[in-house]
Write a protein that binds this ligand. Structure first.
Ligand SMILES: NC(=O)c1ccc[n+]([C@@H]2O[C@H](COP(=O)([O-])OP(=O)(O)OC[C@H]3O[C@@H](n4cnc5c(N)ncnc54)[C@H](OP(=O)(O)O)[C@@H]3O)[C@@H](O)[C@H]2O)c1
Length: 277
């Protein structure tokens, strides 16, 4: 069963497999294992330097290409018109695919006008290199600007989102514009295992804190989550979250953990993040 969320008429799988830091044969093996375990979305990026092995993992899997959703991301150095299309062509060559399902701008780049980059992304879409387009690490204002300049719908904004960060402004603004939010570092890079609340809720259902967290994502409308693991057992467990349901009270207890407001990914080139009220 693949749970999906519909945006602009497009069904997007709600759980995807993250591949940051997975390299070479490990990336290849984990992607094939993830597809075998039921994942139908694979998330990679030019900057992960693993597109070749991600593509091999996809090829190793018996699941037909049309049943899979493949996302890649354009690095910021490739945001000029022409550069973007050429770099996406190289990504497709590495992945050994004719087309990806979704291409994201990995981070906003102040040095290239967003209008130029969004037009280049639309051109890549018109040429059939990508089915859909989106952004990552965009603020509310930047999302609005991207929407203004884009002919094709901006399908998602991929941002850091887990129980310990308050992403209310981005979630509310994205959903008001019909845009989905893709949660990266959804397991807070393993920190969910230290949470007494997630542990306690998990004990009730015989599930781990990671599984409780993934279920919390599944039950949020318009949200996609892309956990990563280098372990076949862990990656299978993270997708084994369809046989229990959190109560409204439990959902609320997990939402309340956002008061910690802990941002794990904040490089020097990050934008001025939206502040929660
Ligand atoms: N757009 C962006 O700028 C951006 C930034 C960051 C991440 N991302 C995307 O989001 C994906 C996920 O984020 P992430 O990689 O930062 O972190 P994450 O998925 O939150 O956490 C990954 C960590 O959790 C551990 N883990 C996962 N499942 C586990 C389990 N069941 N039991 C025990 N440990 C478990 C993994 O260790 P093991 O390998 O040992 O299981 C790994 O150390 C990335 O891979 C990437 O695709 C995008």
């Amino acid at each position: 069963m693949t749970l999906t969320t519909k945006h602009f008429g497009v069904d997007i799988p709600k759980i995807g497999f993250g591949t940051w830091k997975l390299q070479d044969e490990t990336a290849q093996m984990c992607v094939a294992k993830a597809i075998g375990a039921g994942y139908r979305m694979i998330d990679t990026a030019q900057a992960y330097e693993n597109e070749t092995h991600v593509g091999r993992g996809i090829a190793d899997s018996p699941t037909p290409r049309e049943e899979l959703w493949v996302t890649t991301k354009i690095w910021m150095s490739e945001f000029k018109d022409g550069d973007l299309q050429a770099s996406l062509k190289q990504s497709l060559e590495r992945l050994k695919l004719d087309q990806v399902d979704l291409t994201l701008l990995h981070w906003p780049n102040r040095d290239v006008p967003l209008e130029e980059t969004i037009k280049a992304l639309n051109d890549a879409c018109d040429r059939g290199m990508t089915k859909h387009i989106g952004v990552s690490n965009f603020t509310v204002a930047q999302m609005g600007e991207a929407v203004k300049h884009s002919k094709a719908p901006i399908l998602t904004n991929q941002v850091e989102y887990h129980p310990f960060i308050d992403q209310t402004p981005v979630l509310e603004a994205a959903h008001a514009m019909g845009i989905s939010v893709t949660a990266y570092s959804p397991l807070a890079q393993g920190q969910v295992f230290d949470s007494p609340v997630l542990k306690e809720i998990g004990e009730k259902y015989g599930k781990s804190p990671a599984q409780v967290t993934m279920r919390w994502f599944v039950q949020q409308p318009g949200v996609i989550a892309i956990p990563r693991s280098s372990s076949p057992d862990h990656l299978a467990a993270n997708n084994d979250v369809h046989d229990f349901e959190l109560t409204a009270e439990e959902m609320g207890r997990i939402h309340a953990l956002k008061a910690n407001h802990q941002r794990l990914i904040n490089p020097s080139w990050a934008p001025d993040w939206d502040k929660a009220a």
